[in-house]
Design a protein around this ligand. Structure first.
Ligand code: FUB
Length: 446
C-alpha cells in the first residue's frame, strides 16, 4: 500500500515538471537523449526518447554501454521551443522491470480512442525470463501520468517497439531485428504469433523498426549495420506485414563513427521530418546521445530523398532571441569552424570561429516579425579586435550591420545599428571583414 502511494505521488510529480528548452540541433540541450520516437497528438509534436545517462559504478548491463533508468517526454508546437514534461516512467516503478538493469531502451507511443499507449523495452525480473522484453504503460494524456501494466506483453522478446495503427483501425507492433505481430483491440496483447519481417537485408544487424504509411505505401524504416556503424534505410510494401522491398538509404552512417542511429518520421503542418540521434555532447563516448531533427522530402514516385544531417535543424528562429550562429546552415569552406565553449562541460554548447578574411556562416529561417529591427547585439570575442558584417540572405546579400569587436580575451556584448532591416522571414550571414579572427557565441536583434 505504502509502495503504491509512493508510486502515485511520483507519477503526479513527474507530470508537473516543465522546463522549456530551445531547439536547433541537437534539440534537447540539458541532458542526453536518444532513439527519438516523435508523434503528433492534438496539434503538438511529442517526442518520446530514451534517456542516456552515465552508468553509476558497477551498474548497468555492462560497462561502457547504454545505460538508462527512466523516460522523459518533450513536446513542442513549433519544433523550436521544447517543453520537458519530466520523468514519465522509471525502472523503479514498473513491476516486471529488473531495476538493476538500467536498460529502458528505445520506446514509442501511440493514441487509440483517447488513450495513450507507451511501449518500452527493458531487462526483466528473472521470473519473466531472460533478456529484453516489451511492456506497455497507459495514460489519458500524451504527457502522462502513465500507469504501467503489471506484466510485459506475452510473446515479445526483444527491444525497440514500434506500434502502428492502419487506416482500417487494425493495430500492429514491430520490434527487435525485425519482428511483427498484429495487436489486439486493447493494444495490450498480441493478436497473432510474431513473424520475422521479410524481405529486409539478410546480412548485418537491423533494429529500431519504424513503420509509417503514406499514399498507400507502407514504409518499413530501420537502422542497419552493413559496415561497422548504423545507417538509416527503408523498404516498402503494400501491406503493413510485408513482404517489403528494400528501396534505399534515408541517412548515411555518421562520419564521427557514432555507432547507433535511431529515428522516426512524422508529417507536421504539411512538412515531413526525420528525428534521429548523434553523439553531439559526447564526442568520445557514443552511448551518450542527443536527438536531432531535419526536414525530409519525398520524390514524386514516393521514394525518400536522402537526408543530410544539419546543425541548423528545423523551425524558425525568432530574431529577437539568441541566434546561435554556430548552428549554421552553410559555412565557407575555409576559415569557419565550430568548437565547444568548454570541453569539460559540453552542455555549455558551441561557439563559431571565423579566422580568414571573408570567411562566413549562414543561418537560415530567422523570423524578424512584423516590425523592422533597429539594432543588433553580438556576443563575441577577438584577441586582436576585428569586424563582423551581418548580411541579409547570403554572405553576398545586403549589409544589415557592421559590428566592431574590441580586442581582448573576454567575451563581450557589442551593439550596433541595423540599416535596412526587413520584416518577415530571412536567412542571415555573418562575415569576417578583417584578417583578425573572431569567436561568436550568439547574435540577437531589437
Ligand atoms: O538506445 C539503446 C539502443 O541503441 C536502442 O534500443 C537501439 O535502437 C540503439 O539506438
Amino acid at each position: 500500500m505504502k509502495k503504491l502511494h509512493f508510486h502515485y505521488l511520483f507519477m503526479v510529480l513527474a507530470t508537473l515538471v516543465s522546463i522549456t528548452v530551445q531547439g536547433q540541433n541537437p534539440i534537447i540541450r540539458d541532458q542526453f537523449t536518444a532513439d527519438p520516437s516523435a508523434r503528433v497528438f492534438n496539434g503538438r509534436v511529442y517526442v518520446y526518447p530514451s534517456h542516456d545517462i552515465q552508468a553509476p559504478p558497477g551498474k548497468g548491463l555492462r560497462s561502457n554501454w547504454f545505460c538508462m533508468e527512466d523516460y522523459h517526454v518533450f513536446s513542442s508546437s513549433d519544433l523550436t521551443e521544447w517543453t520537458d514534461h519530466g520523468v514519465i516512467l522509471s525502472q523503479y516503478t514498473v513491476p516486471w522491470v529488473d531495476s538493476t538493469s538500467y536498460s529502458m531502451w528505445a520506446p514509442d507511443c501511440i493514441e487509440k480512442d483517447g488513450k495513450y499507449y507507451f511501449y518500452f523495452p527493458s531487462g526483466q525480473k528473472p521470473e519473466y525470463g531472460r533478456g529484453f522484453t516489451v511492456g506497455v504503460a497507459v495514460a489519458d494524456h500524451p504527457e502522462g501520468p502513465f500507469i504501467p501494466q503489471p506484466k510485459p506483453i506475452k510473446n515479445v522478446r526483444g527491444i525497440d517497439p514500434c506500434p502502428f495503427i492502419d487506416k482500417d483501425g487494425k493495430a500492429y507492433l514491430y520490434w527487435g531485428n525485425i519482428m511483427a505481430a498484429p495487436l489486439q483491440d486493447n493494444m495490450l496483447e498480441l493478436a497473432g504469433d510474431p513473424v520475422v519481417v521479410k524481405e529486409l537485408p539478410a546480412r548485418g544487424l537491423k533494429e529500431g523498426p519504424y513503420l509509417f504509411e503514406r499514399n498507400g505505401i507502407y514504409y518499413m524504416t530501420y537502422p542497419h549495420v552493413e559496415n561497422k556503424t548504423e545507417r538509416l534505410e527503408y523498404a516498402i510494401s503494400d501491406n503493413p506485414m510485408g513482404p517489403f522491398t528494400f528501396t534505399g538509404v534515408i541517412m548515411d552512417e555518421h562520419p564521427s563513427g557514432c555507432w547507433t542511429n535511431h529515428h522516426s518520421i512524422i508529417e507536421f503542418n504539411g512538412q515531413w521530418y526525420l528525428f534521429y540521434h548523434h553523439n553531439d555532447f559526447s564526442p568520445r563516448f557514443d552511448k551518450n546521445r542527443s536527438i536531432r531533427i531535419d526536414s525530409l522530402f519525398f520524390n514524386a514516385d514516393g521514394t525518400i530523398r536522402k537526408v543530410t544531417p544539419t546543425e541548423r535543424g528545423v523551425g524558425l528562429t525568432n530574431a529577437r532571441k539568441k541566434i546561435e550562429i554556430d548552428r549554421y546552415s552553410l559555412k565557407s569552406e575555409t576559415g569557419a569552424a565550430v568548437a565547444y565553449h568548454d570541453t569539460t562541460d559540453t552542455f555549455k554548447g558551441w561557439k563559431a570561429i571565423l579566422s580568414d578574411r571573408g570567411s562566413w556562416m549562414q543561418y537560415n529561417a530567422v523570423d524578424f516579425g512584423k516590425k523592422k529591427v533597429k539594432k543588433v547585439r553580438v556576443m563575441a570575442k577577438s584577441e586582436a579586435g576585428s569586424t563582423l558584417q551581418i548580411m541579409l540572405g547570403t554572405p553576398e546579400g545586403a549589409q544589415l550591420s557592421e559590428v566592431k569587436i574590441p580586442g581582448g580575451a573576454e567575451w563581450t556584448t557589442v551593439q550596433a545599428k541595423v540599416k535596412k532591416g526587413k520584416p518577415g522571414v530571412h536567412n542571415l550571414a555573418v562575415v569576417l571583414k578583417e584578417d583578425q579572427s573572431a569567436e561568436i557565441d550568439w547574435l540577437s536583434f531589437k
